[in-house]
Write a protein that binds this ligand. Structure first.
Ligand SMILES: Cc1cc2nc3c(=O)[nH]c(=O)nc-3n(C[C@H](O)[C@H](O)[C@H](O)COP(=O)(O)O)c2cc1C
Length: 294
């Protein structure tokens, strides 16, 4: 840890006046430096990426300056996008009560990302053409566009000292509420993810862990995990030091599960299964907005 901190201080000193890591707290920067494998390249962008973490609902009342929000939005739309057509919309929500109704969380601002073809449909129509994005391909492409834009926003936010929570709370409950709250167009628009922005009441005690090896990164060809590798994965999830467990599941042992993953697969993953034969709310919404091939 000491070595990492020293390495970071040296690195920070070399950065010069043009590049700043100062928006990240010293603890976040130290954690980012510690996350780097020894001998791997480092730079401010990588430091920000390694300092990324979600804030789970505990935002202060402090508001984000408008120029900071605009910088985040400008970075968000710089993401890659299919055919350079930006098949997404971002709705900026400023009212905390509305945020809660949309996704269950509130902070200073909420960015709601939609897979959205309506601008393109209107442009085509204005020029006397027809753009009818009524296929799953259009939904998937637009969902990727929207997701990349959301991740850029999270990265930009963190680089500016703003905390965030990505949430799929937009998919919970009756999704038609979003159409009512935000005046969404009836077709070819689907909520992908919401990003709460603000300032956390406190930094988390640790960053959530990640798997990086077998089963996640495959070198050259796909490699199905072996029995031994699966056992090692189970062990890694069980190890509290790996920080791979979500908060809801940390009592897995007390609740009688042999492993954390037993809790995950029997409890968490099963919590919203649709009754057999019944379409889920998401499927109903995707159908309603016209993205399914008939
Ligand atoms: C699609 C998606 C949905 C998520 N939804 C929620 C959510 O509803 N509530 C929450 O507390 N965290 C949510 N998260 C945050 C994840 O729990 C978090 O990213 C993960 O545990 C890793 O932690 P980290 O982002 O701090 O590294 C979501 C993340 C993603 C990508």
């Amino acid at each position: 840890m000491k070595t990492n901190r020293r390495t970071f201080m040296k690195h920070a000193a070399l950065l010069g006046a043009g590049v700043s890591l100062l928006e990240l707290s010293p603890r976040a920067v130290a954690a980012a430096a510690a996350a780097r494998a020894p001998g791997t390249p480092s730079n401010p962008t990588l430091d920000t990426i390694h300092a990324l973490h979600s804030t789970h609902g505990n935002f202060t009342d402090q508001e984000i300056p408008e120029e900071t929000l605009q910088a985040i939005l400008a970075a968000s739309v710089r993401s890659a996008n299919a055919s350079n057509m930006q098949c997404y919309s971002i709705v900026v929500v400023r009212d905390r009560e509305t945020m809660k109704q949309i996704c269950g969380y509130a902070g200073s601002r909420l960015l709601v990302y939609f897979a959205d073809h309506n601008r393109l449909v209107a442009s085509a129509r204005a020029l006397g053409h027809v753009h009818e994005p009524n296929t799953l391909t259009n939904l998937i492409t637009a969902t990727v566009d929207a997701t990349l834009a959301a991740q850029n926003a999270a990265l930009a936010a963190r680089s500016l000292g703003v905390d965030y929570l990505p949430t799929n709370g937009v998919h919970r409950g009756d999704m038609s509420r979003l159409w009512k709250l935000l005046d969404l167009p009836p077709t070819y628009c689907f909520p992908v993810i919401a990003l709460v922005l603000g300032y956390a009441t406190e930094e988390p005690a640790h960053k959530t862990g990640r798997l990086t090896g077998p089963g996640v990164i495959h070198d050259g060809k796909y490699h199905a995990p072996t029995t031994e590798e699966l056992a090692e994965l189970t062990r890694r999830y069980d190890d509290p030091e790996s920080h791979l467990q979500i908060g809801f599941g940390q009592q897995w042992k007390e609740n009688g599960h042999p492993h954390y993953l037993d809790w995950m697969f029997t409890r968490w993953m099963k919590r919203r299964s649709a009754p057999s034969g019944e379409p889920t709310e998401i499927m109903k919404t995707i159908k309603r907005v016209g993205f399914l091939e008939s």
